[in-house]
Design a protein around this ligand. Structure first.
Ligand code: DGJ
Length: 732
């Protein structure tokens, strides 16, 4: 009998085991559930991949008491994933397993478990999508019913995961505008930890909808067991970690139901966003590598296509756009080897020309006073210089001083009987994306631009306002509490239309900086703007945190001016380059103001970035020394999947005379391989002692290299910053 069981497991091991045990596996992870027909769906295990024998024995010995999707109402003094009010006022649920289905998809296996309330015609389908080429399981629920009248959804998490107690630490991101993606690490203590967002439009300026749980005490980058979780949603979210009197930290993730109680109509399907789960026993960096691989292969638009090196006009000219300046910037970026120029805010508006942030959003016509030859003239100029052209839009918004608002005042979000609360510039408003007419209008902003100018290569899609007015002219009065959810459904449906028609267009998710770094938008966007703060030193902290969940290919990272426009810090160009080169490299500067020497340094850096671009953008990250550990340096590296190439970054964070800095051990190399070292972006008068020398991977991972704390440059060029970028190439 046991052999027969094992045989079944071997034949179709990755998923379905028996009527009772449901094993959901990826190459290196497993989720084990118990799903007896007519019984309750229980959670048994999540972590490293289970062997057949362990699954079998666990089926006999691990008697789980934990529901896989806890519901409210009967014997449930703790938190619930789902809480409803039936049409007759009954507040309880009791779900039983009806059936389990397994569907093979391209590179994934989808297990669905249908649950039905014991009494009411109320259904929940739990969906588990296990990728077969990356270690990620996406979980979501599909809620529906056939009750007479609407059922009110009071709480509707996507998924629940119990994490066994025992010195578990949480890593997550927090921040603010211009200081996004800061890392915080804390032990989980009794009580409830809530991570949430209520912006309405953007959701990652402050907290993030992604977390990591280090299971073996204080988090380590390259050792220890870690569970990672990312809620794939662009709107308001709530992550709850309830550490109660039991042996578990109870983790729930889903849409934030605050002011969003949802009335579910008969036969309507409510699909919650996916919660993506991963596990690694290679520490936080290992978990990041899982997120990054999944992102590139499955979640990010054009995730395996190398990104172009660009110049964006914002910090160079702000609203001062005109043809001459655009042409000059294009000449400059082309001469430095860049591949794309992006014209930012300020190019549009007829009756109300966009000279400041107070007017014109919604009037997406070119301002001929600024650009007499139109966009076509700029595209021609870009092509003459051998580069591509991109453009900025902020399609979800309007200004009250715009032709759009004059024509369609009913298209903006506004509470009835109330004065409009206004956003940026004192005149900005958010369009009502719940309205299909507005969705159509927004789709056509992109579609018209592309129809007229098919050679537009890149769009920067901005969003500079929260929902500050709870009210939709389109939704009826019973549906007003659906606003936040309906807005994001509208947004997603616009994005889907755009992607269907323009799959190859590069689109950046910018939202007043890093407000849209989330896996809800990334299927439709190629990258995001990490922050409006381009200060290289502060970027080290922000990009470090962001790299926990998002790959370098998606992180727009630009070389900007000194003094920096946000922090006013003066950082030497070499350091600014070395930081920007650890993400998707670009420039955000007026090149006209740069010296020839500075341009030459950028030209060299761009040429070298082209060499290392596949390793940075498609490689595996190993974070080595955290800036948050305050050891005076930060360091990370990327290795190619074949481990034949690697790029090592080292940035000094503070400067004291005769300071003792740690010697940084490398990681992720092949121990038996030999690598030649070559410094990139060198400014020192002499090469490093180990320039061109060969070391084994084992030596580099055990000892690292001794890096001089300062640069060997003429006295008048000495300063308090130093950084190094080393390129490693396998010779044997
Ligand atoms: C905010 C963005 O984050 C900036 O990069 C820039 O595009 C401005 N908006 C333009 O208004």
């Amino acid at each position: 009998m046991r052999n027969l069981f094992l045989l079944i497991c071997l034949c179709c091991f990755s998923c379905y085991l028996s009527a009772r045990s449901i094993l959901i596996s990826t190459p290196k992870t497993s989720l084990l559930l118990s799903a007896p027909v007519d019984g309750e769906l229980k959670f048994v295990y999540y972590g490293a991949k289970l062997s057949e024998v362990d699954v079998h024995t666990m089926g006999e010995t691990e008697k789980s008491k934990l529901l896989a999707y806890p519901v409210y109402g009967l014997n449930c003094p703790s938190e619930a994933a789902l809480a409803v009010k039936h049409s007759d006022g009954n507040m309880t649920l009791q779900l039983k397993v009806v059936k389990v289905d397994v569907l093979q998809q391209n590179k994934a296996e989808l297990t669905t478990i249908l649950l039905k309330d014991k009494v009411y015609p109320f259904y929940v389908k739990m969906c588990y999508k296990a990728y077969q080429d990356v270690d990620m399981i996406e979980i979501w629920s599909e809620i529906s019913h056939q009750e007479k009248n609407a059922v009110v959804l009071n709480q509707f998490a996507s998924a629940y995961l119990p994490v066994r107690r025992g010195n578990v630490w949480l890593s997550h991101l927090y921040g603010a505008w211009a200081n996004e993606g800061r890392l915080v690490q804390e032990p989980l203590e009794p009580g409830m930890k809530v991570i949430k967002n209520k912006d309405g439009v953007r959701n990652s300026h402050t907290a993030h909808a992604e977390v990591m749980f280090s299971l073996d005490g204080q988090p380590q980058e390259n050792a220890g067991r870690v569970i990672g979780a990312a809620l794939c949603y662009s709107g308001n979210y709530k992550l709850r970690i309830d550490t109660d009197e039991s042996d578990y930290h109870h983790f729930y993730a889903g849409i934030n139901e605050d002011n969003s109680i949802y009335s579910l109509k008969k036969n309507e399907l409510f699909r919650t966003p996916e919660l993506a789960l991963t596990y690694s026993d290679e520490g936080l960096s290992g978990t990041s590598r899982n997120f990054h691989r999944w992102a590139r292969l499955h979640k990010l638009a054009n995730g395996t296509k190398l990104r172009k090196i660009l110049l964006n006009s914002w910090e160079g000219v702000y609203f001062g756009i005109n043809e001459e300046r655009m042409n000059q910037m294009m000449t400059d970026i082309a001469s430095m080897g860049g591949e794309l120029f992006v014209m930012d805010d300020g190019w549009f508006g007829d009756k109300y020309p966009r000279r400041t942030d107070k007017t014109s959003l919604g009037d997406w016509v070119v301002d001929k006073r600024k650009l007499p030859s139109g966009i076509e003239g700029l595209i021609d100029a870009a092509h003459q210089r051998g580069i591509k052209f991109g453009i900025w839009i902020e399609p979800e918004m309007a200004n009250t001083r715009s032709e759009l608002y004059e024509k369609h005042p009913d298209w903006v979000l506004k509470a009835p009987e109330r004065e409009l609360v206004l956003g940026r510039g004192g005149t900005q408003v958010v369009l009502d994306l719940t309205n299909p007419e507005v969705q159509d209008f927004i789709f056509h902003i992109v579609d018209n631009l592309m129809a007229k100018h098919p050679d537009i290569n890149y769009i920067k899609w901005d969003a500079n306002m929260s929902i500050m007015n709870h009210g939709s002219n389109y939704l009826n009065k019973e549906e007003q509490s659906d606003l936040y959810i309906a807005y994001h459904r509208g947004f997603e449906s616009i994005c889907q239309r755009i992607r269907l028609k323009y799959p190859d267009l590069t689109i950046q998710a910018c939202a007043q900086g890093g407000g849209r770094a989330n896996y809800g938008v990334l299927p439709y966007f190629d990258e995001f703007w990490v922050s409006d703060n381009t200060d290289a030193l502060q970027r080290i902290y922000m990009q470090w945190g962001t790299s926990y969940f998002f790959p370098a290919i998606a992180m727009a990272s630009h070389i900007s001016a000194a003094p920096n426009h946000q922090t006013f810090r003066t950082i030497p160009l070499k350091y600014r380059i070395d930081v920007a080169m650890s993400g998707r490299l670009g420039m955000e500067i007026q090149p006209k103001d740069m010296t020839d020497e500075e341009k030459e340094l950028c030209r060299k850096a761009i040429a070298e970035y082209k060499e290392i671009r596949p390793v940075v953008q498609l490689g595996d990250i190993y974070r080595l020394v955290s800036p948050y550990d305050k050891l005076g340096v930060a360091s990370l590296m990327y290795t190619s999947p074949e481990k034949d190439k690697a790029v090592f970054y080292w940035w000094k964070l503070e400067h004291f005379y005769n300071q003792h800095l740690p010697r940084v051990k490398m990681a992720g190399l092949a121990p038996n391989a030999e690598y030649r070292i070559c410094e990139l972006n060198r400014i020192d008068k002499q090469p490093l002692d180990f320039e061109g020398k060969i070391f084994s991977g084992a030596y580099l991972m055990a000892n690292g290299l001794e890096l001089p704390a300062n640069h060997l440059v003429d006295r008048n060029k000495k300063n308090d910053y130093s950084s190094r970028v080393l390129y490693l190439e396998k010779v044997k």
